[in-house]
Design a protein around this ligand. Sequence first.
Ligand code: IMP
Length: 422
Amino acid sequence: MANTILVGAQWGDEGKGKIIDVLTENADIVVRYAGGNNAGHTVFIGKQKYVLHLVPSGILRKKKLCVIGNGVVIDPVGLVDEIKGLRKLGVKVGDNLVVSETAHVVLPYHRELDAQREVLKGKNKIGTTKRGIGPAYGDKAARVGLRMIDLVNPKRFEEKLRLRIKENNEVLRALGAKPLSFKQVLKEYHAAGKQLKPFVANTVVLLHQAMRRGDNILFEGAQGTFLDIDHGTYPFVTSSNTTAGGASTGSGVAPNKMDEVVGVMKAYTTRVGEGPLPTENAEIADLLHGMGREFGATTGRARRCGWFDSVATRHATMVNGIDKLAVTNLDGLDTVETIKVCVAYRHGRARYDFVPNDAQTLAECEPVYVEFEGWHTPTDKARSWKQLPPKARAYLKAIAELTGAKLAIASVGPSRDQTIFV
Ligand code: IMP
C-alpha cells in the first residue's frame, strides 16, 4: 500500500469507517484531513461498537500513528471527551495521536451561530449537524479563527478569545440569542488546551519525515463528494473540501506524493440533512429503516434513502480521480425484488449524465432507471466473491462499471470479516 486517499463517493455515511479500518492494516499512518466532529465513523470490532468523530479510525489498531491534519476543525472539548471515551473502552490514545497545530478551533459561538443561521433560513435550512462547522471554516477564511497553536498558549488564547467573544456576542444579541460568558468559555477551553497540549505538533514536518522513512499513509476522508464545499450540491453542503484534493491541502502532503484514490459507496444512496437527492425513494427508505439501518452516527437522524445513483458516483470518480471502489451495505438489498439504478437524469428536454451545479435544477431532475433482478439471498455470510449470489455479483459489476472505476472491495456487514476483496 502506498499513499492512499479514501473518499466518500456519495453524500457521506458510505461506510468509510469500516473500510478505513480494514485498509489500515497495511498503513503506518492514518490522517484525517477535513471536516470536524460533524463526522461519525462507525467501526465494529467483534461485538464492540466504536463511533469516532475526530480521531482517525486507525486508533483502533495497534502501532498505527493517527494524525488530525491542518484541514480539520477541532472542537477541543469534544476531542477531549472522545479520547476519554476511547480510553474507557480500552483503546490506547497517547503518542499514537498527533494533532496539527494549525488546525482551527471550533468555539461555542460557532455552534450558536450555526443553530441561529439555520433558524433564520427557515424552510431553506441546510439541516446541519449544529456542530459549528460552517462558522468555524468561515472564520478560518475570514482570517479571524483561533488555531490549536493558540489554544495551547493560554495567554495568547485569552487575548484573542476576548476580542472574538466581544464581536460574536454582538452578533448573537442581534439575532436574539444569549451572549456567551467569556470567563466560562475561557475556563473550559483552557482546561481542554491543557489536556490536548501533548498531542499538538507540526504535522506537516512529521508526515514528510515519515514519508522519507518509507511509511505508508492512508488519508481518511470524512463526509462525501456531494457535501464538498466546491463540488457538492451547494449550499446544501458542509464547509470543507471533502474530495481527494482536500487530502493535500488538509495535510500538507503534495498531490504528486499521492498514489491511489479509493472511493467508498453504498450499494444504494443515502443523505442526511436537506438538499437534492434525485433517487430518493420511500419504499427503500422504509425497508432499510425497518431493518434498523440508516440512522446517523452523529445526530441519530434517520437518513434519507434512495436507489443507487451512477450519475453521481461517475461524477465523483471524475472529481476525485477514483481508481478503486469499495461498495458497502450490499446486504441491505438482499430482500429487494427489483433493484433500480439511475443512469441519467432528465430535466425537461435536457438529459444529464453529470451532476448539474444548480441545486434547484438537480432537485427537479427525474432519474432514468435501469432495473436489476434482486438475488433474494442473504449475503452477510459470504466471505469470497464466489460465495456471493451471481445476481449480486452482476449488480456489483454493473455499478462499478457505471461508476467508471475498478471494484476492489464489497462489504456485506459491519464487521472486519464481512469484507470481500475482489
Ligand atoms: P455541517 O457539516 O454540520 O455544517 O452540515 C452540513 C450538511 O452536511 C448537512 O446536510 C449535514 O447533514 C451533512 N453532513 C455533515 N457531516 C456529515 C457526515 O459525516 N455524514 C453525512 N452527512 C453529513
